[in-house]
Design a protein around this ligand. Structure first.
Ligand code: FAD
Ligand code: SF4
Length: 494
């Protein structure tokens, strides 16, 4: 066994894997930004873990990964065991290692984050799984006993995939339906390839299919297949349908030529980058194929400071914009986007204007977009969610030049009629109601219907969708056991 040097962090600084050189990125390189660790670097970085005894990193990780344990396995070069341990808590560890805002989650809670630089937990998680897959490792389901139960999963995003993974591990047949031709949900068609290479999603599909998960893609529930039919054919249904209602902000001038909603912009762009129409269907809500305006040589302003906004600014850089500005109404500390992505955007030349609230998108003489009128803000009292509000400062108006404006104010879920008909209830903001008295966690008002991910939480993160899909599968397994009176052992693995 390799000896652990508890003071390794003093001589070994925090190190991230190498990045694509800046000049390539600004010249239009769409490859994943971060490379992978070499085994030696991964082991050294893992060895920086203090094993402090109070793994706050685990507590702060939404899926409660066994972080210090798999760091130790990496330090000892036991990568396949580390991969198996990663999958015990996280059905999609290679995705989370890439896209989690680690600075707000595991790494932000690392004891070394104060002064020494947190352990590079996300990059090591990615290293473990990529390396194990490359060596041919696959989850071991050899001891799984089929139960004869069948569950339909609606939505092949992280919530649906995580749910399907846990169901098949519990011996429950899982069929995942998605209206698009590819799996992954927003990981596939929202998050750009410089954050998450689409080959990673294809690999996960191969792994899930190898585990027995069935996919029926290009099938929209409520349109191509009725909910009644799904319920008749399955013992339970999981809804991981995401959040797609676009928040437009109601800005005067938002219908001008040159103003784009963020998601269609990213999707269209993703199509171009991956070399064609990978979806088979238009994006729901934006049935007219969006024609991307030319961004090369143009002044682009992105309104909004979340992950979507960061993906838009960095895509605009790669598309050759003359200038890219992000205007956000609160200050940097209150920005929802990951600090790592903000730093990468800055490095790529994006200008940030904090404490600026948009008032109007202005037209030029030719009737197209010419600028954004904004007002300076200061931070006021916390709102109902504990976030400090942005209060306009009198006389603080100014104008930002813009040929193209991308609106990235966020998304919320909507409850489709075909779910209302089945007694499913929602909160006023469209989030599906789950749990509560006499219901299992993630169970809706219909006993056979469960839900999780953005459809339940509102637009959030890949890792929280994974956690909800995983935990909903455990509830489904419990429900099926209660119905059939089966012994605990067969289904409790979920
Ligand atoms: C641009 C952008 C960047 C982001 N960046 C990050 C990031 O860096 N890190 C991070 O953690 N999170 C990020 N997120 C958020 C993250 O992608 C989502 O929180 C997560 O994907 C939600 O997972 P989900 O499974 O609930 O829903 P989704 O990923 O939205 O998947 C839902 C799936 O359900 C399918 N579906 C819906 N209705 C039907 C139907 N009736 N029939 C069949 N299929 C249906 C959809 O086609 C879709 O594939 C980002 C989001 C966006 C938009
Ligand atoms: S799943 Fe996300 S929060 Fe948890 S350890 Fe991995 S990167 Fe960190």
């Amino acid at each position: 066994m390799t000896k652990h040097d508890v003071f390794r962090f003093l001589e070994e600084p925090r190190e991230m894997p190498g990045k694509v050189p800046l000049q390539l990125r600004t010249a239009g390189d769409w490859n994943e930004l971060y490379g992978n660790f070499e085994q030696r670097t991964a082991a050294h970085q893992a060895d920086r873990c203090l094993d402090c005894g109070n793994p706050y990193c685990e507590a702060k990780c939404p899926v409660h990964n066994y972080i210090p344990n798999w760091l130790k396995l990496v330090q000892e070069g036991r990568i396949l065991e580390a991969a198996a341990l990663c999958h015990e808590t996280n059905p999609l560890p290679e995705m989370c290692g890439r896209v989690c805002p680690q600075d707000r989650l595991c790494e932000g809670a690392c004891t070394l984050d104060d002064g020494f630089g947190a352990v590079t937990i996300g990059a090591i998680e990615k290293y473990i799984v990529d390396t194990a897959f490359a060596r041919g490792w696959r989850p071991d389901l050899s001891r799984v006993q089929p139960t004869g139960h069948r569950v339909a999963v609606v939505g092949a995003g992280p919530a649906g995939l995580a749910c399907a993974d846990r169901l098949v591990r519990a011996g429950i047949a899982a069929t995942v339906f998605d209206r698009y031709e590819q799996i992954g949900g927003l990981m596939q068609f929202g998050i750009p390839s410089f954050k998450l290479d689409k080959a990673v999603i294809a690999k996960r599909r191969e792994v899930l299919e190898g585990m027995g998960v069935q996919f029926r893609l290009g099938v929209e529930i409520g349109k191509d297949v009725a909910m009644d039919a799904l319920l008749a054919d399955h013992d339970a249904v999981f809804l991981g349908t995401g959040a797609y209602r676009y928040t437009d902000g109601g800005l005067p001038g938002q219908d001008l030529p040159g103003v784009l909603p963020a998601l269609p912009f990213l999707v269209q762009n993703g199509r171009i980058v991956t070399g064609g129409d990978t979806w088979g269907r238009p994006i729901a809500g934006w049935e007219d194929t969006l024609k991307l305006p030319e961004l090369r040589g143009r002044h682009v302003v992105v309104l909004g400071g979340g992950d979507t906004g960061m993906d838009c600014v960095r895509s605009a850089v790669r598309l050759g914009a003359a200038s890219v500005t992000c205007a956000y109404r609160r200050d940097e500390a209150n920005m929802p986007g990951s600090a790592r992505e903000v730093a990468n955007a800055r490095e790529e030349g994006v200008r940030f204007l904090f404490n600026r609230q948009p008032l109007e998108i202005e037209a030029g003489d030719d009737g197209t977009t010419a600028g954004v009128r904004v007002v300076q803000t200061r931070l006021g009292e916390p709102d109902a969610n504990g976030r400090r509000s942005a209060v306009p400062v009198e006389g603080g108006e100014s104008r930002i030049e813009a040929d193209v404006v991308i609106i990235a104010f966020g998304f919320s879920p909507t409850l489709p009629e075909w779910l209302v008909e089945h007694g499913i209830e929602s909160h006023p903001n469209g989030r599906i109601r789950v749990g509560g008295e006499r219901r299992l966690p993630y169970q809706t008002a219909h006993p056979k219907l469960f839900a999780g991910g953005d459809a339940v939480r509102g637009a959030d993160l890949v890792v929280t969708a994974v956690q909800e899909g995983r935990d909903a599968a455990a509830s489904i397994a419990r429900m099926l056991r209660r119905v059939t009176g089966e012994p605990r052992s067969a289904l409790d693995a979920a």
